[in-house]
Design a protein around this ligand. Structure first.
Ligand code: AHR
Length: 497
């Protein structure tokens, strides 16, 4: 197969907001307990934070982490999670049918985030609670002192405010599974009032309103429109969530899911702009794709889980090589929409549908770790409007899908150009050319490849490097023109500096 990538250094999609490489830690399964925190483990530091997990999180350069949910947040009483640990109540978590001990809470997460080098994207409970409580938790986190909740924080040993700048107004409030789920107009009103009160308290924050839980929700479209109609002026972002699975074991169709994601983003952008037009609005609502990933491997096993235990092995998808390819394509899709997608969270970060897995004896990288790390480390700068002339195929679920997904990032500061590319063909390599004469003096730094003969290959604790990146010598630069061969079913990072 043959394809061409066309870029122009003056034809830009937009600057990459680093928060597009965010992730997510929910109080769910072993994400917190045994994932980022394990008191008494030889692998943990003096605060009980797993050092091996922290090292891998730093390798990913995760700029921001959403917390504490997810569905969990819709029943969360944040004040249970602060203050002396021996006074914190254990409570049933109705979202996941487990017991939450609250040994790890808001302040521990703030400390952990600092150590990880990440900012926090905090979610408030708009399920069983409302604006008053959201205002209180913001006061606890961001108010300098001299008030009830800010002084409470100080009495818990945190003199300085946490200064959390980004706040989610609830989680998946359209979903009937959600505690306190609402109709679009009920939610839109509450989101507007919550955001208004919170911004009275701290005008420097930004807020994210809940969009649909996924594209197949029966209320998709009308939910977005109605919610924004109520809260357009009060909020900054609208959320999108989407998970994919290869249930039918149809890999080509599964790999076309990024086309579905692309359509989803374009659709939500259109709705945001329709509400803007109707309101003669001045500002633009941007998108927060604050849950995205592959999630299906653990579904069956999770049906059998015992209820009301602590931190069970829940949502522990073991990712294979084809999942990594799709994650790569989804990252490319998010970057191609960098003009409107400002925040995105790979859901989640550790153990629960995650790039990092832990056991009592160590931590390792799942297959999806690699495209996520490459994008986060090399994908900062400006997205060039990347035209991809590629052969296409007819996928069952998403219609016409490209064999080649690609995006180019120009990091002017460091004089670096990075091309991310996925060849989705299962049986043919792809010859790709790209004219780089405008990028004078650029030299090939490296061509990183992730591929495997076995689409179902996985990494395990016993064999943690089974699926790992290698280097390719298939890329040549001659007179400013790049020629490369992208192996069949491969994720590629071509770095020019
Ligand atoms: O990430 C797992 C769950 O998926 C989250 O709790 C919820 O928001 C979504 O349905």
């Amino acid at each position: 197969k043959k394809a061409e990538i066309i870029i122009d250094k003056y034809f830009l999609t937009g600057k990459v907001d680093k928060r597009i490489f965010g992730s997510f830690i929910e109080h769910l399964g072993r994400a917190v307990y045994e994932g980022i925190y394990q008191e008494g483990s030889a692998l943990s530091d003096e605060q009980g934070f797993r050092k091996d997990t922290l090292d891998l999180v730093k390798e990913l350069q995760v700029p921001i982490v959403r917390y504490p949910g997810g569905n969990f947040v819709s029943g969360f009483h944040w004040e249970d999670s602060v203050g002396p640990k021996d006074k914190r109540p254990a409570k049933p978590d109705l979202a996941w049918g487990v017991i939450e001990t609250n040994e790890f809470g808001l302040n521990e997460f703030a400390d952990w985030s600092k150590k990880a080098g990440s900012d926090i994207m905090m979610a408030v409970n708009l399920g069983t609670r409302g604006p008053e409580d959201a205002k209180n938790v913001l006061e606890y986190c961001n108010f300098k002192g001299g008030t009830y909740y800010s002084d409470l924080r100080k009495s818990h040993g945190y003199k300085d405010p946490h200064n959390i700048k980004l706040w989610c107004l609830g989680n998946e409030m359209d979903g009937p599974w959600q505690m306190g789920h609402k109709t679009a107009s009920e939610y839109g009103r509450i989101a507007a009032e919550t955001s208004r009160l919170m911004k009275f308290m701290d005008p420097t924050i930004e807020t994210v309103a809940c969009g649909s839980s996924n594209l197949t929700m029966p209320t998709f479209g009308s939910w977005e429109y109605t919610v924004l109609d109520e809260c357009y002026d009060e909020v900054d972002y609208l959320s999108l969530h989407q998970y994919y699975g290869n249930y039918a074991n149809d890999t080509v169709d599964f790999l076309a899911s990024s086309k579905g994601m692309d359509d989803f983003i374009s659709g939500v952008v259109a709705i945001c702009d329709a509400v803007k037009a109707k309101k003669h609005g001045k500002k633009q609502i941007n998108l927060s794709f604050d849950e995205w990933n592959v999630w299906y491997h653990s579904n069956e096993q999770d049906q059998k889980l015992e209820k009301w235990v602590r931190a069970p092995h829940q949502l522990e998808d073991v990712y294979n090589f084809e999942d990594a390819l799709l994650v790569g394509s989804m990252l490319i899709t998010l970057l191609r929409h960098a003009d409107r997608v400002k925040i995105a969270c790979l859901a989640q970060l550790v153990n629960v549908i995650a790039p990092i897995m832990t056991s009592d004896t160590g931590a390792w990288r799942q297959t999806i770790f690699y495209p996520y790390m490459h994008a986060s480390v090399y994908g900062r700068g400006t997205v060039l409007n990347t035209q991809v002339l590629t052969p296409v195929y007819e996928s069952k679920t998403y219609g016409e899908a490209p064999y080649l997904d690609s995006v180019c990032i120009w990091d002017e500061e460091n004089d670096a150009l990075t091309i991310f590319a996925v060849n989705k063909s299962l049986d043919e390599d792809m010859e790709v050319s790209c004219d780089l004469r405008q990028f004078e003096g650029c030299r090939l730094a490296e061509h990183i490849v992730l591929t495997n003969d076995d689409m179902k290959a996985v990494n395990t604790e016993a064999d943690p490097n089974h699926v790992a990146p290698t280097h390719s010598d298939a890329t040549k630069l001659e007179n400013g023109k790049m020629h490369t061969v992208l192996g069949k079913h491969s994720w590629n990072v071509i770095r020019l500096t």
